[in-house]
Design a protein. Sequence first.
Length: 282
Amino acid sequence: MLKILVPTDFSPEAKNACLYAYEFARYTNSAILLYHAIPLPIAVTDIPFENYYLDEQQEIDLLHDSFKKTILENNLDPLMVEVSAAVSSNNNISDGIQDIFKNHGCDMVIMGTHGASGLSEVILGSNTAQLISQAKIPIIAIPASYRFEPIYHLVYASDLKNLSDELAVIIPFSKVFQAVLEIFYFDYVGPESEQLMFDAEKYIDELAYKNVSLRVKKGNLQMSVAENIKQQIDPSNTQMLILYRAEHSWLDNLLLGSNTRKLVMEPSIPIMVLPKNPVFAD
């Protein structure tokens, strides 16, 4: 059973991500771990630090109550999914998420693309790039108003340079849904392009999973990578975009630059970002 970490700050966007996570978990027979980061207090008086005690159990109860209310408001049964909760005191939300992920044996993170208070710093600010580009954890970013749909079409944007290793992770995910996996390659007519495409087609033809295809797109040098991707995706026929981050790849440049705001902040469909070596529970 997969365990999905769902950070929340109780904002509408975070609650929508909770709803998506619930339906995703129900569809995949997964469990959910809700997480809320309690900001560390800054002492401005002579009152000892320990007197700023925050009741973690109350925070955990609040997480459960909020989640249950969200599910019931959408005429769903909260008992259909196994749910637990955790809190920690951490002013660095990205670090808090990674610590909880590791300590609780999680397999992926599902979180909203907008939010308030601390979580908004992860999604709206530079911490987005920090979390995605440095953390060795799979992350699915959910648009603010997106509702879960059974996944039958995945788009995976790749530079084809580590195709076999990347597909070794992505194909098992595709199999869960028996989804079509369409690989987008943007051809900028570089010296390696022809060989990369030839090798990719040969490798795909030999795969046991036959719902994989390569679609070559002509890369527009006047547009950013993010803009090229967004222009080519049909949101009405695609349930998720997958980006696989290898170290020092084109995706590093994408995520660490201003394009993050265009691609991650304003997605029309969920975006899964996989690190070079995804960490999954044993």
